[in-house]
Design a protein around this ligand. Structure first.
Ligand code: GLU
Length: 586
């Protein structure tokens, strides 16, 4: 008998954006499948109808594709934007959206009932709550009292009668008749994990709305979709004994389990999507305390209804939307938590994947100079990934290290690749929205322009740590109107007015040279500056360079002057210098 191919799955619930920890899980599943020439599957766990949305599913699919974590089985975005699915050649799975697989769960659930291992329960939610409260009052762990007629392996008349009531439409949930023996899970990362006999309760496997619970759907699908290895975060460890118990009752084999370390902030707290709300709340509370704003003014400024803002401040909700509104009103930077945040900040997918791979794993190899090998690409990961090297300890999310990975990745990129990545970031509607893309358009046009784009990239790439950083480093001088009258006063004083207006005089003289400069490209401008420095016996190019910078950018900071001026073009440069000299004179 040949062994089945390795199949791993990433199984997000589409209730929000893809969290960076989810991306790490997906990456490990992907890498393990690739390492074993297997298949990586994406399954959408959307059985919680109230919290799931197609938009979230779409966002998750898009984020994974953006990261380069492509699935072999599961949904993907077709070129026309619709969601298509990749199945096995024999169409084994059909759909990877759980909400559309209810008949499969129902069939398996009925089988379990007929095996005496599941039963409908007709208690009202109030009754269950009262039982729960009574147990809490008596300081006992609540266990649903299993009906006396349940016998493993037997579909007896009493159970049959219950099942008939359920089938007839009486409101019910279906509970699993859990085994009373100890359950041991052989986890490939954590070792044996035990849950004592009698610990499992008769948990619900189908809700009153007819949808399976997570536990049931996950078990049925891991089997029906051919999943051989379940690699997921340690948060799910407590669920695994339930899953193993269900597999045994259903007669399924148990897949290999590996639970990955929890991702923490540097302070040891768990990295969570609530972190954004925490930062925004802290900031706004402090600002109100300092008397710099009031709750009602903040509500008016942010457009968040007073009651919602009060609830947010009182920690009654952790709304990311409210956090984002506060951040945008007060110019506050929120920590990146979701893949979309890192994408918006201008991180490269390759750098993110490289960094994520080190959160709980490492290749255990050295560089030629004896350091731990940490920089690698997806192909390397697919070749070297192994469960044996996944750690048990929590991993710390070190933002500074990720940023340095990103900066190094940018520096290592050929200019043309950087330019393409930057252009796609500048034009990305998913990040900036339609209005944002319109604002960035002038910069994008320059980046796309054959000559100016190439000069701009030469000017800014070496210092750019992110694509946003690249934009930030040029947006002010690039989109500054030629007739702007704003010049930083201290810079004007120092670089133009000091020494009896030495800078201004140099600037005036230099402008005539620039007017005659042809071609107006970086090498010619550099040569012009060198000649000018010699001719005026300047100790270094500083005095003229800083004067020109203040004139064209309003402040003495721009990248290399040759590129900066060439990108702006002769007429803009001359217009800005003229405007600056006029402003000085008046
Ligand atoms: N839908 C679950 C989640 O998003 C997946 C858990 C699993 O991998 O089994 O947390």
């Amino acid at each position: 008998m040949s062994t089945p191919p390795v199949v791993t799955r990433f199984a997000p619930s589409p209730t929000g954006h893809l969290h960076i920890g989810g991306a790490r899980s997906a990456l490990f599943c992907w890498a393990f499948a690739k390492r074993h020439a297997g298949k990586f599957m994406l399954r959408i766990e959307d059985t919680d109808a109230a919290r799931s949305s197609v938009e979230s599913a779409r966002g998750i699919i898009e984020d994974l594709e953006w990261l380069g974590i492509h699935n072999d089985l599961g949904p993907y975005l077709a070129p026309d934007g619709s969601i298509a699915q990749r199945d096995w050649p024999d169409g084994r799975v059909g759909t990877f959206f759980q909400a559309q697989r209810v008949p499969i769960y129902d069939r398996e659930l009925e089988r379990l009932v007929r095996l005496g291992r599941a039963y409908p329960a007709f208690d009202t939610p109030e009754e269950t709550e009262a039982q729960r409260a009574a147990a809490a009052a008596a300081k006992q762990t609540y266990r649903y009292p299993r009906p006396a007629e349940i016998e493993f392996g037997v579909f007896n008349p009493a159970l049959e009668a219950r099942w008939a009531r359920a089938k007839a439409g009486e409101r019910h949930v279906v509970r699993f008749a859990a085994p009373r023996e100890e359950i041991v899970v052989h986890d490939r990362v954590l070792g044996d994990v035990r849950i004592a006999a009698g610990e499992l309760d008769d948990f619900v496997i189908r809700k009153a709305d007819g949808f399976p619970t997570y536990h049931f759907a996950v078990v049925v699908d891991d089997e029906s979709m051919g999943v051989t290895h379940v690699l997921r975060a340690q948060e799910h460890l407590a669920n695994t004994p339930r899953h193993v118990a269900l597999q045994r009752a259903l007669g399924y084999p148990t897949p290999v389990y590996g639970h990955m370390p929890i991702i923490c902030n540097m302070d040891g707290s768990k990295m969570s999507k609530r972190d954004k709300a925490k930062v925004a709340r802290q900031f706004l509370s402090d600002t109100i305390k300092k008397g710099a704003t009031t709750a009602s003014a903040a509500s008016a400024d942010t457009g968040v209804a007073p009651a919602d803002l009060a609830a947010f401040l009182a920690k009654e909700n952790d709304s990311n939307e409210i956090a984002a509104k506060i951040a945008s009103r007060f110019g506050l930077t929120l920590p990146e938590i979701e893949v979309a945040d890192f994408r918006a900040s201008g991180y490269l997918p390759a750098a993110i994947c490289n960094y994520l791979a080190l959160l709980g794993w490492n290749p255990g190899l050295k560089t030629p100079d004896g350091k731990d090998l940490e920089k690698f690409d997806m192909a390397f990961l697919a070749q070297h990934f192994s469960l044996e090297r996944i750690g048990k300890q929590n991993s710390k999310f070190d933002r500074a290290k990720l940023l340095s990975f990103n900066a190094d990745a940018i520096a290592a990129m050929p200019d043309a690749d950087f330019r393409a990545a930057w252009a796609s970031w500048l034009g990305d509607k998913a990040i900036h929205g339609d209005a944002g893309v319109a604002t960035l358009r002038p910069v994008l046009d320059i980046v796309r322009d054959a000559r100016r784009g190439a000069w701009l990239v030469t000017a800014i790439k070496a210092r750019a740590k992110t694509l946003r950083g690249a934009y930030d480093s040029c947006k002010n001088w690039l989109v500054r109107p030629d007739d702007s009258k704003s010049f930083a006063p201290a810079a004007v004083e120092k670089h133009l007015k000091a020494n009896n207006g030495q800078g201004a005089a140099l600037l005036r003289a230099f402008a005539t040279r620039l007017a005659a400069c042809d071609p107006f490209d970086p090498p010619t401008i550099h040569a012009l500056i060198d000649a000018f420095v010699k001719e005026h016996a300047l100790p270094n190019p500083g005095p003229i360079a800083q004067a020109v910078r203040v004139a064209v950018a309003g402040e003495p900071v721009t990248p290399g002057l040759g590129e900066t001026l060439a990108v702006l073009g002769k007429s803009s440069v001359l217009a800005r210098i003229t405007r600056c000299l006029e402003a000085l004179a008046s």
